[in-house]
Design a protein around this ligand. Sequence first.
Ligand SMILES: CC(C)(COP(=O)(O)OP(=O)(O)OC[C@H]1O[C@@H](n2cnc3c(N)ncnc32)[C@H](O)[C@@H]1OP(=O)(O)O)[C@@H](O)C(=O)NCCC(=O)NCCS
Length: 210
Amino acid sequence: MVLEFGDGYRLRRANSADHAAFNLVCLRTGDSGKDATAREDDPDLLGLIYATPYQVLAPDFAFAVEGPEGVSGYVLGTPDSATFYQRYQREWLTPLATRVRDPGGDESRWRGSDWARRAIHHPEIVYPPVLQAYPAHGHIDLLEAARGRGIGRAALEHLMGRLRDAGAPGMHLQVSPKNRNALRFYEKLGFGEVRGSELPRHTVFMARSL
Ligand SMILES: CC(C)(COP(=O)(O)OP(=O)(O)OC[C@H]1O[C@@H](n2cnc3c(N)ncnc32)[C@H](O)[C@@H]1OP(=O)(O)O)[C@@H](O)C(=O)NCCC(=O)NCCS
């Protein structure tokens, strides 16, 4: 499966050879859509939390955006968040935690990527009843050169089609409230904010039916 976008950009199924590039894209978009390179002391942890596990655990819903200079983005998802999160904890985070030290719970002592190390040992998995009408979830990140060309819309619509074909009646996404560009983008794609007392305040939850 390949979707051509022109100017050398295309969407294709992702594979395990994409993991290093996905970790880099995740790093370069990981500060509310901006480059997090200066903040992190381990360049791979963001991708190991938010990107690579989707290719491993839900490969039918993992797509790479390739550009003239190589992989320049991804769109990733799962039709069934409950099952995904169970496997993510057991098969991904538990082994990963054996390779990463826990910096402890005192945030004032955290430096560099300690927040990510803590998240690997104590993940915040958010999937309360208010989100369960939208059981699919996903992530999309594009490097700067790939943005503003309609690729985000085409890639996310492709993923939504695959999730719908897999039986998911709805999809949700998490967004930093600081990431105004992504919030506008998701609104354009038909997502609206979900609110609820069970949802943490530091993240915006966007959802739509499929
Ligand atoms: C957010 C992101 C995925 C959008 O992808 P994109 O390819 O730039 O978006 P597109 O060009 O496909 O735009 C799709 C639509 O959204 C609109 N849109 C995109 N960004 C917008 C913005 N900042 N404000 C208003 N509308 C916006 C476009 O006008 C377009 O509308 P149309 O299709 O009705 O004409 C991409 O910019 C990105 O990866 N940003 C950095 C990483 C990030 O923030 N990821 C999301 C983390 S939650």
